[in-house]
Design a protein around this ligand. Structure first.
Ligand SMILES: Cc1cc2nc3c(=O)[nH]c(=O)nc-3n(C[C@H](O)[C@H](O)[C@H](O)COP(=O)(O)OP(=O)(O)OC[C@H]3O[C@@H](n4cnc5c(N)ncnc54)[C@H](O)[C@@H]3O)c2cc1C
Length: 374
């Protein structure tokens, strides 16, 4: 219903590439993080610009091409790399494309699509995550940025970050600006990279801006409109998070079903035990239901609608189901499920992030509640 022959061709193309050039390295990259050069490879293959127009080096596809990439990354078990690529293609560059000037697109979008530049999106601060309006990274009249950002994916390796700043606290939501700040700008420093539960192959950094002078030409979109632009960006980010989460869950489900059919206990496959069988049925049923809802909502988004309630619901439920499925998988695999050499352990760790990043479960519920007039 949602994928054309061209999407399926793209899916095979991505799958083959991941099998050959990415999956053999995943374990090593979990230890050391992946090399920056992988971005160039994704760029060469066109995967960083699937839905950008050809005049900027993109492939001119629709939103479902991005869904295909997200699904295939998840299916291949590329948690950390998948997140880094999503930050590049679905978080940091969309505002530059949608709100940037022609010159800004040439400077930052085109090299990001080529994989020549790595990008980050810096919203979160040590004292403001869910409460985006509460950020304190300020920008003075001449774009002098002061503040600290935390948990920034691609933060250590990026060439530029799209940084969410506030000009004037008195202006409330009307006082936000999105600024591209390039590495090497005096006053922009990566203060540390952080160790985390999952997504080990990605880098997560803390950034410091101290009297960082940013050229006026680095403002993305209208002055003061940054909050509105960011809210638009978050919808696409949440949609992709939902699609990736559910594709990851499907992969874990298939693996677990196969395992249960082959694992013997008390002289029979454990899938014969009704309690295991029913657990598997619950996993498959939840995945099937939320998968349809994710596709239906992605279709609305692709057609230019702005279905904030549905996107929030899809993100909330898909990421919760992914965590439940990963947890059930560990239970079904027993002790093997807890071991590093079996894939569900990493899937469980990686999946957990999605209920926090791009807006927590609780924030999704607040948005949904508001949409019901609650
Ligand atoms: C691995 C990783 C990668 C990340 N990558 C990026 C990135 O690239 N760029 C970026 O900007 N950020 C990134 N983040 C940050 C992420 O978006 C935030 O962690 C998230 O938005 C939550 O903010 P917080 O951590 O400050 O939690 P807090 O806002 O402090 O929330 C703590 C708890 O309070 C709850 N809470 C807060 N407000 C409410 C409320 N009004 N009602 C009910 N409950 C509430 C939350 O749901 C949560 O359970 C990343 C985080 C991680 C862990």
């Amino acid at each position: 219903m949602y994928f054309t022959d061209a999407h399926e061709e793209l899916r095979l193309h991505i799958r083959k590439f991941l099998e050959k050039e990415v999956q053999p390295n995943l374990e090593e990259w979990e230890e050391k993080t992946f090399p920056d050069s992988i971005f160039r490879r994704f760029g060469e293959l066109g995967f960083l610009g699937l839905r950008y127009p050809p005049e900027y080096g993109g492939q001119g596809g629709d939103y479902f091409s991005a869904v295909v990439l997200s699904e295939e990354m998840a299916r291949a078990g590329c948690g950390g790399l998948g997140m880094a690529v999503a930050v590049q293609a679905e978080m940091a560059t969309p505002p530059v494309f949608r709100f940037g000037t022609e010159d800004q697109k040439r400077r930052w979008l085109v090299p990001a699509i080529q994989g020549e530049q790595i990008a980050a999106l810096a919203i979160t601060e040590p004292d403001a995550g869910s409460d985006v309006a509460g950020i304190t990274t300020t920008v003075g009249n001449e774009f002098i940025v002061d503040g600290r950002k935390i948990f920034i994916t691609n933060g250590a390796r990026c060439q530029w970050a799209l940084v969410v700043t506030k000009t004037d606290r008195e202006r409330g939501h009307g006082g936000f600006n999105l600024l591209v700040i390039e590495k090497g700008t005096a006053g922009f420093e990566v203060t540390r990279t952080l160790q985390k539960l999952g997504m080990h192959s990605s880098d997560t950094a803390e950034l410091l801006f101290e009297e960082c002078h940013v050229p006026v030409g680095n403002l993305i979109g209208e002055e003061g409109e940054g909050f509105k632009h960011l809210m638009w960006e978050l919808q696409g980010e949440r949609m992709i998070a939902a699609a990736g989460a559910i594709a990851g869950a499907a992969r874990v489900f298939e693996y677990t079903m196969d395992y249960a059919k082959n694992r013997q206990a008390f002289g029979q496959p454990i899938s014969n035990f009704q309690v295991i069988k029913h657990k598997l049925v619950d996993m498959g049923t939840k995945i099937a239901a939320i998968q349809s809802f994710v596709y239906q909502t992605a279709k609305q988004w692709d057609q230019g609608e702005y279905p904030v309630r549905e996107i929030s619901q899809a993100k909330l439920l898909a990421t919760q189901v992914a965590c439940e499925v990963a947890d059930d998988a560990i239970q079904i695999l027993g002790g093997h499920g807890y071991m590093r050499e079996f894939p569900v352990e990493r899937a469980w760790r990686d999946a957990r992030l999605a209920r926090i990043g791009a807006g927590t479960d609780e924030i999704m519920k607040e948005i949904i509640a508001k949409s019901y007039g609650l």
